[in-house]
Structures are given as structure tokens and as C-alpha cells.
Design a protein around this ligand. Structure first.
Ligand SMILES: Nc1ncnc2c1ncn2[C@@H]1O[C@H](COP(=O)(O)OP(=O)(O)O)[C@@H](O)[C@H]1O
Ligand SMILES: [Mg+2]
Length: 246
């Protein structure tokens, strides 16, 4: 098992947010976690990234317990921003600069610009790019990080519906090539259905996992997604009664 989480609980100022979260992600698997806004999805990713500490519970990567900041996770936080005064190439190799490997990273990055739909924009500044392109650049920065598990926190949340759909189509294709263990957080039911090998539904106050849906073995395209009325309803019913808008 690549990532395994055992009985994870966290409270803020006495308010219990997550309670006994148990989940696992296999090597190479793409898991989407869906839950209402404020239920603790970003909190969970922050625990994995070592930015927050759980009161209770442990998690393991390759069956070794992890605590604090580790090199296992490439994290694209919610509202990841590009630095406006740096070019796209400098932005996507920012971590390389911090680690003293920017030169090698630039070589690696330049090879990926085409796959990320950014060719020709290597020396452009963020304001010259569309919203979708900026998200792809932030994504490329995360993908270039060689850590073995990608954590993506609502990477398309701020985009309009049409751009978001384009980005999902793009990611569906890219994920076969990247073949990275990925945990994607979203509040968009269709995004989860379309992209994930497995969906984990978080719900309740405090939140815990109420359902897992296995979607391996399907050939996914927009027609397939359109036909998933039953699953869509099932997930929406689970989230119903919560402060949920989608
Ligand atoms: N560092 C923090 N201090 C206090 N409360 C926090 C902190 N981080 C998150 N929370 C609270 O925890 C709950 C879950 O937040 P979050 O994980 O951001 O939800 P989600 O990502 O599912 O929308 C919210 O009520 C939020 O206000
Ligand atoms: Mg969040």
C-alpha cells in the first residue's frame, strides 16, 4: 500500500473536524476525495504535507510511519499562486531554486511544456496566460517535484465550467502518461467520477469516510460520464443536507 491512514482525528479550538479517518491509496492509483466545503479535506492534505499535526492517528507511506514534513508528497495547495514577477519557467522550477537544482530542473521542465499546453510561454509572465494555463503551470510545478505522491487540492476549483471541463479532459489523458499516485480533493461530483480510479466520500460533523466507490476498469469519456446518473445521484444523496453547492 502506497499511503495508508489510520484513525486520523483532528480538532481546532475544541471543534472536532475529522474523526477516525481511515483510507489507503495504492501505488499508481488516482483517488478523488469528495466532501462538502469545510468538512476537512484541505486539513487532511495539510496533515500529510506535515503542515498540521493530527491529535490522533498515524499515516504510513510504503508501510513506514511518517511524521512531520517528509519528501513523499508533491503538494498543490488550494489557491496555489504563481509569482507575478517571475517567468513561467522560473515559476515552475521554483522548488529547484530552493533546493539548488534549478538548472537540471529547467531542462526537465522544458521537455514538459508541450504536454502541459504551455509551449511558447516559457518566458512569459503569469498575467499573459489564461486562467487554465496558469493552473496548468501550477500543476507542472507540482508534477516536476519528484516526490512519489501528488496531493492536488481543488486544482480547477477557481475556473469557469468550460475551462474546467477542458482541464479535466487534459488531466484524464495526462494521468495515463504521468502514472503517479495521486490524491485529488474536489467538491465536484462529475470531476471525481470522470478522473478517479476510486472515489472516497467524506461527510458529517466531524467528518469521516462514509463511502468508497471503485471505478477501475471503465473506459472513461464524456459519454460515459453523462450516463452515470445512478452514481451521481448516490454521491449527491450522501452529501445532501450538508452545506453543499455544485
Ligand atoms: N489552522 C486552522 N485553525 C483553525 N481552524 C481551522 C484551521 N484549518 C482549518 N480549520 C477549520 O477546519 C474546518 C475544515 O477546513 P478545511 O480543511 O479547509 O475544509 P475543506 O477543505 O473541506 O473545505 C473548517 O471549519 C475550518 O474553518
Ligand atoms: Mg479546502
Amino acid at each position: 500500500m502506497k499511503l495508508r491512514v489510520q484513525d486520523m482525528s483532528i480538532a481546532f479550538e475544541g471543534k472536532q473536524v475529522l474523526e477516525n479517518v481511515n483510507l489507503s491509496v495504492e501505488e499508481g492509483e488516482f483517488v478523488a476525495m469528495i466532501g462538502p466545503s469545510g468538512c476537512g479535506k484541505s486539513t487532511l492534505l495539510n496533515i500529510f504535507a506535515g503542515l498540521l499535526h493530527a491529535q490522533k492517528g498515524t499515516f504510513f507511506v510504503d508501510e513506514k510511519e511518517v511524521s512531520g514534513v517528509s519528501s513523499h508528497f508533491a503538494y498543490m495547495p488550494q489557491n496555489d499562486l504563481l509569482l507575478p514577477w517571475k517567468t513561467i519557467l522560473d515559476n515552475v522550477t521554483l522548488y529547484g531554486k530552493l533546493h539548488g537544482t534549478q538548472k537540471e530542473d529547467k531542462k526537465k521542465a522544458l521537455k514538459e511544456f508541450e504536454a502541459f499546453g504551455l509551449s511558447g510561454y516559457e518566458n512569459a509572465y503569469p498575467f499573459e496566460l489564461s486562467g487554465g494555463m496558469r493552473q496548468r503551470a501550477a500543476f507542472l510545478r507540482t508534477a516536476l517535484c519528484s516526490a512519489d505522491i501528488m496531493l492536488l487540492d481543488e486544482p480547477f476549483g477557481a475556473l469557469d465550467v468550460i475551462t474546467r471541463n477542458d482541464m479535466q479532459d487534459w488531466l484524464l489523458k495526462l494521468r495515463q502518461e504521468l502514472h503517479r499516485t495521486t490524491l485529488l480533493v474536489t467538491h465536484d461530483v462529475d470531476e471525481a467520477l470522470y478522473l478517479a480510479d476510486r472515489i472516497i466520500v467524506l461527510q458529517g460533523h466531524p467528518a469521516s469516510i462514509v463511502k468508497e466507490i471503485d471505478l477501475k476498469g471503465f473506459h472513461k469519456d464524456r459519454d460515459w460520464l453523462y450516463d452515470q446518473k445512478q452514481l451521481r445521484k448516490e454521491i449527491r444523496d450522501l452529501l445532501k443536507g450538508e452545506d453543499y453547492a455544485a
